[in-house]
Design a protein around this ligand. Structure first.
Ligand code: GLU
Length: 489
């Protein structure tokens, strides 16, 4: 490859960034980074009804959250701006002028009714499918006169006579042949002066010197038309790479029915950005066919178009969750505490100042919980009992673990054993409690479950003795007393 790589991600801000778009963005970004090229973000906001500034802001936020940075585009600018299609009307005018001048665009005055009539006729077997080129036969003088008279018109591409079949040589899918007969003189600019998608996209890709177009294969059918526009502009045709769609496990196109699909929803559900990046990167691309943990750095060093699969990708939420757990467990305790902090703060459990004041306490907490975490949303319910003075005892747990007389008196014995400990550590606590069941003639499981419910408020918790050690002794004793009373009530 001689030219420097220039790729773009061109979302339409008609909604949030979803996994399909995010994957397209990741592949473009990774390809640019691997090749030392340029990653451009362009906002295709030509649909005025459905495009909003809030959607654009959300797309930018989601890309940034995933760790993707762009070299040209909104917020960073660049030499090929503006990077919003609605601000590029001048570019489309210039391109249309060039095509008028070289005879590859012509005005069409056929009305919507006329076109509909022709389509009807074509469907009935008379006449050509697609535009019949009536206005292409008008001489330039006649056309100019009608324009001067103010007659409404669109501009169409004059597909070259004898152009032949159009072959899309795709980096992922190989060759797809589109027969020339299927290419009609399609509209470039509407009668209100706005460009169509196929025109605006190509003008932008040409102006921005895009070398590779990596996008979803829902656009494959647009590609032959776009190739014709590149040719009409006298511009090189970029290399195309069309990615297969993402499907749900049920074989249907991924949609809300399958749960979260927007990047923001995954963030809210406690998925880490590096896990989602990793998961989406491998949803249609592979490093070596077996590696499942692929960091952003590996992508930047290794990503290649050759290893993109053309098979449909199946979105597997469980696998993503598993991968998320892997990332959680791989973090150092300090790093995980940092990542937990926003969740803890939002729940009102703690503050950054508290973390700074007793880092060892937080670091000691991590090994107790990391093993069982799959999502960051699980952090707060898992550790809530470690904050504040009391826990809420729900009736079912009380009934199950506390409501027998022998348990109540055992809790009292446990409390006095703990009250007398010279040292408050997990080892000392365990030593004090281990022999108690036998002394009391009660099953260990029964006693420890009662203590667990009393202290954590739940029948499932991190390891018991370590959890007790993380609490103040007074808090443990008062919870044991409260639970005893609850069990007796
Ligand atoms: N705005 C188009 C989309 O979101 C871009 C398609 C393209 O990459 O050419 O589907």
């Amino acid at each position: 490859m001689t030219e420097p790589v220039r790729v773009r991600f061109a979302p339409s801000p008609t909604g949030a960034l979803h996994v399909g778009g995010a994957r397209t963005a990741i592949y473009n970004w990774a390809f640019a980074r691997r090749t030392g090229g340029t990653f451009i973000l362009r906002i295709d906001d030509t649909d005025p009804e459905r495009s909003t500034a809030e959607n654009t802001a959300q797309i930018l936020r989601s890309l940034t959250w995933l760790g993707l940075d762009w070299d040209e585009g909104p917020e960073v600018g660049g030499p090929h701006g503006p990077y919003f299609q609605t601000q590029r009307a001048g570019n489309y005018r210039v391109a249309l002028e060039a095509m008028k001048a070289n005879g590859t665009a012509y005005p069409c005055f056929c009305t919507a009714e006329e076109l509909e009539r022709k389509r009807e006729a074509a469907r009935a077997g008379e006449g050509t499918l697609g535009y019949d080129r009536t206005c292409r036969a008008l001489g330039p003088d006649a056309a100019s006169a009608r324009i001067a008279a103010g007659e409404p018109h669109v501009w169409r591409l004059a597909v070259p006579e004898g152009r032949g079949d159009i072959v899309v040589d795709d980096a992922v899918r190989g060759e797809t042949v589109f027969p020339a007969s299927a290419m009609d003189d399609f509209v470039l600019v509407r009668s209100d002066g706005t460009p169509t998608y196929n025109f605006a996209t190509v003008v932008d890709d040409a102006d921005m010197d895009i070398t590779h177009v990596i996008r979803g294969d829902d656009h494959l059918s647009n590609t032959p038309r776009q190739i014709l526009v590149f040719e009409a502009l006298g511009h090189f045709v970029p290399r195309f790479a069309h990615l297969s769609m993402i499907w749900g496990a049920d074989g249907k196109k991924l949609s809300k029915r399958h749960g979260a699909t927007s990047v923001e929803a995954f963030a809210e559900e406690g998925i880490l950005p590096e896990a989602l990046l990793n998961y989406l990167a491998l949803l249609g691309w592979s490093l070596d066919g077996e590696t499942t943990v692929v960091s952003a750095d590996v992508l930047k060093a290794e990503f290649s178009l050759e290893r993109i699969s053309k098979n449909p990708a199946i979105f597997d939420a469980e696998k993503l969750e598993w991968l998320n757990g892997v990332y959680i467990r791989e973090m150092t305790p300090e790093r995980l505490v940092e990542r937990m902090l926003p969740w803890l703060e939002e729940a009102g459990l703690t503050t950054a100042a508290d973390v700074a004041a007793r880092p060892e306490w937080y670091a000691a907490l991590v090994p107790l919980i990391a093993e069982r975490l799959k999502r960051m949303t699980e952090v707060v319910p898992t550790v809530r009992f470690l904050f504040g003075t009391s826990v809420e005892l729900d009736a079912a747990s009380v009934e199950k673990a506390l409501a027998t007389p022998e348990v109540a008196s055992s809790l009292e014995r446990a409390a006095s054993a703990l009250a007398g400990l010279p040292e408050w550590s997990a080892e000392a606590i365990e030593a004090a409690l281990r022999s108690l069941p036998e002394e009391l003639g009660i099953k260990p499981k029964v006693l420890f479950q009662a203590i667990r419910v009393a202290v954590t408020g739940s029948t499932v918790s991190p390891p018991l003795f370590e959890s007790l050690a993380l609490l103040e002794r007074e808090a443990v004793l008062s919870r044991l007393a409260t639970a005893r009373a609850a069990g007796e009530a």
